[in-house]
Every structure is written in structure tokens, then in C-alpha cells.
Ligand binder design. Structure first.
Ligand code: AMP
Length: 235
């Protein structure tokens, strides 16, 4: 993945509630800088599927929706971040999830700084801020066409005929976890889980907030500008 023109960007951490656009923005960042996304959930699911000792230990914990112990996480994260495609940077997805993990990541990167020809940079931590009411409208209004996959929003991007796909007339559907009663719980859980990580970086003056209540392209432009300025400031 890393091309000759790739720059040393370092780790990028996007924080933001469900529906804030993390997935969309991650994709833009990956393409722009040719860096991979490192998802700890995916790494763990791979271990579970291969039935490795770690996978066997993690499986039940994941099924209960709890956090896998830090000591298990550190091994797989360190191994993944030492892969050649992570040399110039990566987007971390699902890590760090606790303040302890954030502290471990800083220590890990500092150690690699001395052991490596391509010194890793400290993480760029960007929080996507969205207004709670807007977020609810964005998520609860989301509908998709089960036939062609086209996405609509009954508030901001409605179909021409109520609840029917413009392209093929199929009745639009709503994801179960996008329903209002469920999303309120997901948002509350997000706040509780992520706050310690956001607090960790904020206390160190390393949290940059972006207003994500705007068009996707505008948000992307600001994120890329932030990454560029951090990257060149440290080049
Ligand atoms: P995700 O795909 O990010 O939702 O992660 C799925 C599951 O993997 C979580 O519910 C946790 O059980 C586990 N997991 C993923 N990332 C971490 C992490 N950083 N620390 C602890 N457990 C994790």
C-alpha cells in the first residue's frame, strides 16, 4: 500500500458517535494518503475465526459485548502496527478504547521511535462533533433500498415517492439499530466508553475537534488540512 510518494503521517484516530461519519471520512483519508485502516475488531474476529489461543479466549468476551483485556490487545496491535503497510501511517479503528490503551500506544510509539528507521509520529486525534438532535435525525431518517442499496434520508434526502426507491420502486427499509429507542442507547454507551479516551488526549492538548454537521466534502477537506498541517509541522 505504501507508495514512494507516501508521507510519514503516523497514526490517525477518529473519535465520534455512531452516525457522525467516521466510516465515510476514514475511507477518504485512506485513499488520500494510501494508508491502511487497522480495526482491532477485525483483528480479533480473524483470531476467533482461526481459533488461535487468543481467539478462543476473546470469543466469549466479545460475545458478551465486553472489552477484551488490555494485555491481549497490546500483542496483536503491536504486531499489526509493525507490518510494512503501516510504516507511513494508519487509521486506528476501535483502538484505543480506554485511557490505559491510549497510554500504552504513546509508550509503544515512543519506543518504536528509537528502534525504527521510519520513526512513527504521535497520533493525530480528531473528534467529529455533531449536534445530538441532528444526529438523531440523521440516523433515524436513514433508509435504504434492499434491491439496489441506494441510501436515502427521509428528512434531508427523501425519495420522490414516500418510502419507495426512486430507481426501482422497492419499499425502503430501516436498519434495526437505527431505530430511535435503540440509537439513544448506542449514543449513551458511546459517550461513556469514549470519554476517557477523549479526555486523555484533551488533557495533553492533542484533541482536535471538527464540526461534522456539514457536507461530507467540507468535513473531509478540514480533516485533510489538519492532517497535512500536523504532518508537515513534524516533517
Ligand atoms: P468492534 O468491531 O470495534 O465493534 O469490536 C468488536 C469487539 O471486539 C468489541 O465489542 C470488543 O469485545 C472487542 N474489541 C475491539 N477493539 C477492542 C479494544 N480496543 N479493546 C478491547 N476490546 C476490543
Amino acid at each position: 500500500m505504501a507508495s514512494e510518494t507516501a508521507r510519514n503521517i503516523g497514526p490517525i484516530i477518529l473519535l465520534g458517535p455512531p452516525g457522525a461519519g467516521k466510516g465515510t471520512q476514514s475511507k477518504q483519508i485512506m485513499q488520500h494518503y494510501c494508508i491502511p485502516q487497522v480495526s482491532t475488531g477485525d483483528l480479533l474476529r480473524d483470531h476467533v475465526q482461526r481459533q488461535t489461543p487468543l481467539g478462543l479466549e476473546a470469543k466469549a468476551i466479545m460475545e458478551r459485548g465486553e472489552l477484551v483485556p488490555d494485555e491481549l490487545m497490546y500483542g496483536i496491535v503491536a504486531k499489526r502496527l509493525r507490518e510494512p503497510d503501516s510504516r507511513y501511517g494508519y487509521i486506528l479503528d476501535g483502538f484505543p478504547r480506554t485511557a490505559a490503551q491510549a497510554g500504552w500506544l504513546d509508550a509503544f510509539l515512543e519506543k518504536e521511535l528509537f528502534d525504527n528507521d521510519y520513526p512513527p509520529r504521535p497520533p493525530i486525534v480528531i473528534r467529529l462533533n455533531v449536534d445530538y438532535t441532528q444526529l438523531l435525525l440523521r440516523i433515524t431518517g436513514r433508509r435504504s433500498c434492499p434491491t439496489c442499496g441506494r441510501i436515502y434520508n427521509v428528512h434531508s434526502r427523501p425519495p420522490r415517492i414516500d418510502e419507495l426507491c426512486d430507481l426501482d420502486g422497492t419499499k425502503l427499509t430501516q436498519r434495526d439499530d437505527d431505530r430511535k429507542e435503540i440509537i439513544a442507547g448506542r449514543l449513551a454507551a458511546y459517550e461513556v466508553q469514549t470519554k476517557p479516551v477523549a479526555d486523555y488526549y484533551e488533557a495533553r492538548g492533542r484533541l482536535v475537534s471538527v464540526n461534522a454537521d456539514r457536507e461530507v466534502e467540507e468535513v473531509t477537506a478540514e480533516i485533510l488540512a489538519i492532517i497535512d498541517s500536523h504532518a508537515s509541522a513534524r516533517a
